[in-house]
Ligand binder design. Structure first.
Ligand SMILES: Nc1nc2c(ncn2[C@@H]2O[C@H](COP(=O)(O)OP(=O)(O)OP(=O)(O)O)[C@@H](O)[C@H]2O)c(=O)[nH]1
Ligand SMILES: [Mg+2]
Length: 443
């Protein structure tokens, strides 16, 4: 699905992950490649330009402690791409029966999709039935019968009837037995007067909870015009894009519908009944970018030491309210931020920290963390308690020599001592002086 675009975008991301440096040139090159790929996938040029501008702006403004610049860049691309695809949508199956009507032009994939959706919801435990409302094309009712038998759901058809609204009337009393009734309407070459009237007549009789427009991906950006026309006629809120498997223009159809205020429910990715996917813009983009591990990245965004947290910890430290708990949190944060030394040098007045503290990285930090975990809550809150037999116990618990526990206590005391030397009156300037820009630039 979207093979070409997926290849291009995931290559861009892979290349970006592999570059040794991240600078303005890399940024510009990547954006140019992204632009080219999206336009060749038929995404509207204006939409692509505004996407590129938005990414550029955010990458410059939002450098933070959460990510490396490169990760930040990928994250912004991911979010903004998902954004141009809309929020995604799922059908609300509230009332019994929830009636849905599929509409669309000739050969867009309505009947196939009706069967695909029936199977999708049946698998999820709903009682589903198909309703054949295509009285226009002679073979249509047979097609419903065949597909319904294939997915093993009940179906209602009338091969003799010429008016679809009469088919609704005929089977109406059966509907309450089901959770979902899927109505399959007829197509035409265009949304002409005849089709307009037909759809309105069906709608009046059937009273669907939703009318869903089925659009083939190969019409590209023309999807927008179709979505607009059908929206005017029957207030379309949801769209299903079929034949995503067979076109390089899928980007056009996918991005065009959102502009009419419709959200994509599903995408069809092949002729087989199982080839239907729920459309979730974020998952979709993560596949497109080849970000199998997007969840790791997202988790990092949630957990990482934020600029605010860094400021908080610094403030507490300068107020002398620093405990082992804060120390531990600092260690966690530092691990995520990278180089403690660089960070600390940017905080006014902290340049003169003892060397062993500034070198607090790697193995030693891991060891400290381990030791801190063996302390009781009481000890973590009151470092003065950590003496004599407690040191013995903590050393035993964390499997390190007692000397290393003493070393940690010493490091901590040094930090506390420095913290107490600070003049509280200087505190006010701290936030202002916290050299955020420089700090961010470094990450
Ligand atoms: N490759 C591919 N083919 C699809 C997909 N969905 C539908 N088709 C094919 O598209 C053709 C038309 O599908 P139908 O379901 O009959 O379309 P329709 O909208 O019901 O057509 P009318 O009722 O004549 O308007 C069939 O050959 C389907 O197998 C899809 O997601 N991928
Ligand atoms: Mg059909």
């Amino acid at each position: 699905m979207l093979g070409d675009l997926q290849d291009k975008l995931s290559n861009i991301v892979r290349k970006l992950q592999g570059t040794a440096h991240f600078d303005e040139t890399v940024l510009t090159d990547v954006l140019a490649e992204l632009q080219k790929s999206l336009i060749s996938a038929d995404v509207d040029v204006k939409l692509v330009y505004s996407f590129i501008e938005q990414v550029k702006k955010r990458v410059k403004e939002e450098k933070g402690l959460k990510f490396t610049q490169r990760e930040q860049f990928i994250y912004v691309i991911y979010e903004e791409l998902a954004n141009i695809l809309g929020t995604g949508k799922t059908l609300e199956i509230k009332e019994k029966p929830t009636k849905i009507l599929l509409v669309g032009l000739f050969g867009s994939g309505k009947t196939t999709t009706a069967a695909k959706i029936a199977k999708y919801y049946k698998k999820r435990g709903y009682k589903v039935a198909l309703l054949g409302l295509d009285t226009y094309r002679p073979a249509a009712m047979q097609q419903i019968k065949q597909l319904a038998e294939q997915v093993q759901v009940p179906y209602f058809i009338d091969t003799a009837e010429k008016k679809p609204e009469n088919v609704v009337k005929k089977f109406e009393k059966e509907f309450p037995k089901y959770d979902i009734i899927i109505g399959d309407s007829a197509g035409r070459n265009a949304l002409d007067k005849e089709l307009q009237k037909e759809i309105k007549d069906i709608k009046r009789e059937f009273q669907p909870a939703e009318s869903i427009l089925v659009i083939p991906a190969d019409i590209g950006q023309n999807a927008k015009e179709q979505a607009r026309m059908f929206k005017e006629l029957v207030n379309i809120k949801s769209v299903i894009i079929t034949r995503m498997d067979g076109t390089a223009r899928g980007g056009g159809a996918l991005t065009a519908c959102k502009e009419t205020g419709s959200q994509i429910l599903f995408i069809g990715t092949g002729e087989k009944i199982d080839e239907l996917e729920e459309f979730n813009p974020k998952n979709f983009v993560s596949q497109l970018l080849g970000l199998g591990d997007i969840n790791t990245l997202l988790k990092k965004a949630e957990e990482a030491f934020t600029v605010e947290q860094a400021k908080d910890a610094t403030k507490k430290f300068l107020e002398g309210k620093f405990t082992f708990i804060d120390f531990y949190e600092q260690l966690q944060g530092i691990k995520k931020m990278g180089d403690f030394k660089k960070v600390i040098n940017l905080i006014p007045g902290l340049g003169g920290l003892p060397k062993e503290l500034l070198d607090l990285q790697g193995d030693k930090m891991a060891k400290f963390e381990h030791i801190l975990k063996s302390m009781t809550f009481e000890e973590l809150q009151d470092p003065d308690l950590v003496t004599g037999t407690r040191i013995q116990r903590i050393a035993f618990g964390s499997g390190v020599p007692e000397d290393e526990v003493r070393e940690l206590v010493k490091s901590f005391r040094q930090l506390s001592k420095i913290s107490k030397k600070f003049d509280p009156r200087k505190m006010k300037g701290i936030e202002k002086n916290f050299n955020l820009k420089k700090l961010q630039g470094m990450m």
